[in-house]
Write a protein that binds this ligand. Structure first.
Ligand code: ATP
Ligand code: MG
Length: 428
C-alpha cells in the first residue's frame, strides 16, 4: 500500500519552497535590523517544560501535545510553541545573568494535535521573537513594532492589530473572582467547555467563539478596568508608544490569548483573508514564565507568527516573493549520442556553476529540438549549444533566446562573456 504523509502535515514542494525562503529571509533581515539574534532550539523538550510553562488548563497542554515516552522512560513532547523553550535556553545558558537584555528569534516547525483545516495544521512553522530581561513598555513596543515591520516588508495589507492587558498576579486574582461571579450568574447559554472552565480558567471564556458565549462575554467585566496601578500605567505607556509611532490598533477587552503565561500586554494581528483562523500573529508579555519553569525572575515579551498563514495571505493579496531562483544558462547538445559532445556539455555546465553562473544541462538524451524547447520554457536567457564542430574548434554557440541571435564564443572566454553580460544587464 502507498504510504502517504500523516493527516495535518504539509510537504513544501519546490514551487512553494522558494517563496518560503523569501519569507524567512525577510523575517531574518527584519529581526536582525531590530537587534534580535537567531537561535536554534531542539524540536523536543521534557513534557514538563510545556505543562508548567504553557499551563495545564490551556488547549495546547490539555489536548494538543504530541507526547511520548522515549526509550529511557522520559516523557518527551514535540514542541507546540517556542517561548517556553527560549526562556529555558536563556536560563540554562545564563544569557541574562549579568542583567543584560536578551533579544532572540527563531523559526521552525511546531506540533499541535488539532483539527486540520485552512491555515491550521498539525505541523506548522512559526517565527518567534522574544525580548527578555526588560520590564519597560518600550520592550512591548519593540516586539509589537518588529512584528508589524515584518509584515510591512512582506507586503501584507489590511491587517488589524488588537491589544489588551490581562493584568498580573497582583490584580488578576480579584479580576478572576469577578469573572467567576459574573459567569456563575450567567450560566444559561454557555457551552459545555466554557461551563467546565468557569472555575479553572475563567479568562479563557472570553475568547470562546460560540455565539451564545460571545453574547454573554460581551458584558463581562473588562480586565483593563480591574488592573493594578502598575499594570494600568504599563498598558497606557505601551499604547502611547504605539500611537507615537502611528501604529493603528484596536483595543479588545475580550482578547486573552490561549497561553497561561501572559501578564500585562496581550496582542494579536489579524487578517480578514484567513477565514476563521484569522490570526497571523499573537504575542504579549510573560513576566512570570521564567519562575514557573524554575528560573529566576525574568521579564519577557514576545510574539509568534504562523508562516503558512503569512504565505496564504501573501498569495491571496498577490504580494511579491522576489525572484524565483532559476538557471541563467542552459547547456544543450547538438548530438547527444556523441560522447565527446556530452562530456563537453557536462564540463561546461560545471565550469559555469563553479563560476557562480547558475546553469542547467539536459541529461535526457532527447533531440536537439526538444532540448532547445525546454531551454526556452525554463525561462533562461541563453542556451549554450555544443556539437561536434564546437568540440573541434573549442567554441560554444551561444544563442540568445530572447532575440534569437546566435554567436560563437571561444570556450576560454565564455565565463568572461556571461559575467560582462549579466553585470551590464543588472541581472542577479
Ligand atoms: P489560533 O487561535 O489560530 O489557534 P493560537 O492562539 O493557538 O492561534 P499561538 O499559539 O499564539 O496561536 O501561535 C501564534 C501563531 O501561530 C498564530 O497566530 C498562527 O498564525 C500560528 N498557528 C497557531 N496554531 C497553528 C496551526 N495549528 N496551524 C498553523 N498555524 C498556526
Ligand atoms: Mg490554537
Amino acid at each position: 500500500m502507498e504510504i502517504k504523509a500523516p493527516r495535518g502535515v504539509r510537504d513544501i514542494l519546490p514551487e512553494e519552497s522558494w517563496k518560503w525562503a523569501y519569507i524567512l529571509n525577510v523575517l531574518r533581515d527584519t529581526s536582525s535590523d531590530f537587534g534580535y539574534s537567531e537561535v536554534h532550539l531542539p524540536i523536543f523538550e521534557h513534557t514538563e517544560l510545556f505543562a508548567r510553562g504553557v499551563g495545564d488548563t490551556t488547549d495546547i497542554v490539555e489536548k494538543e501535545m504530541y507526547t511520548f515516552t522515549d526509550r529511557g522512560g522520559r516523557s518527551i513532547t514535540l514542541r507546540p510553541e517556542a517561548t517556553a523553550s527560549i526562556v529555558r535556553l536563556c536560563i540554562e545558558h545564563n544569557l541574562s545573568g549579568s542583567g543584560a537584555p536578551v533579544k532572540v528569534w527563531t523559526a521552525g516547525p511546531m506540533f499541535r494535535y488539532e483539527r486540520p483545516q485552512k491555515g491550521r495544521f498539525r505541523q506548522f512553522w512559526q517565527i518567534d521573537a522574544e525580548f527578555l530581561g526588560v520590564a519597560s513598555p518600550m520592550a512591548d513596543a519593540d516586539i509589537i513594532t518588529l512584528s508589524i515591520e515584518c509584515f510591512r516588508r512582506l507586503g501584507l495589507r489590511n491587517l488589524e492589530v488588537v491589544i489588551n492587558s490581562v493584568g498580573c498576579p497582583a490584580c488578576r486574582p480579584a479580576y478572576r473572582d469577578k469573572l467567576v461571579k459574573y459567569f456563575k450568574s450567567n450560566v444559561s447559554g454557555l457551552c459545555e467547555l466554557c461551563l467546565s472552565r468557569i472555575e479553572r480558567n475563567p479568562l479563557r471564556l472570553l475568547d470562546c467563539k460560540n455565539e451564545n458565549c460571545s453574547r454573554i462575554t460581551d458584558n463581562a467585566p473588562a480586565s483593563t478596568e480591574n488592573l493594578c496601578g502598575e499594570c494600568s500605567e504599563h498598558f497606557a505607556a505601551t499604547i502611547k508608544l504605539l500611537q507615537e509611532s502611528e501604529i493603528v490598533y484596536k483595543y479588545d477587552k475580550k482578547l486573552v490569548r490561549g497561553l497561561d503565561y501572559y501578564t500585562k500586554t496581550a496582542y494579536e494581528i489579524l487578517s480578514g483573508e484567513l477565514g476563521s483562523q484569522n490570526a497571523v500573529c499573537g504575542g504579549g508579555r510573560y513576566d512570570n514564565l521564567s519562575e514557573t519553569i524554575g528560573g529566576p525572575r525574568l521579564h519577557g515579551v514576545g510574539f509568534a507568527a504562523g508562516i503558512e498563514r503569512i504565505a496564504l495571505v501573501m498569495e491571496q493579496q498577490q504580494c511579491s516573493f522576489g525572484e524565483e531562483p532559476k538557471p541563467r544558462v542552459y547547456v544543450i547538445s547538438h548530438d547527444s549520442s556523441d560522447e565527446t559532445v556530452q562530456k563537453k556539455v557536462y564540463n561546461l555546465t560545471m565550469k559555469l556553476r563553479k563560476n557562480y553562473i547558475a546553469a542547467e544541462m539536459d541529461l535526457t538524451g532527447r533531440s536537439f529540438k526538444s532540448q532547445l524547447k525546454s531551454a526556452g520554457s525554463s525561462g533562461v536567457r541563453f542556451a549554450c549549444i555544443i556539437g561536434p564542430e564546437e568540440v573541434r574548434v573549442n567554441n560554444v554557440s551561444v544563442k540568445d533566446l530572447t532575440s534569437g541571435e546566435q554567436i560563437s564564443v571561444n570556450e576560454d572566454n565564455i565565463i568572461e562573456y556571461f559575467k560582462i553580460f549579466f553585470e551590464q544587464k543588472g541581472c542577479k
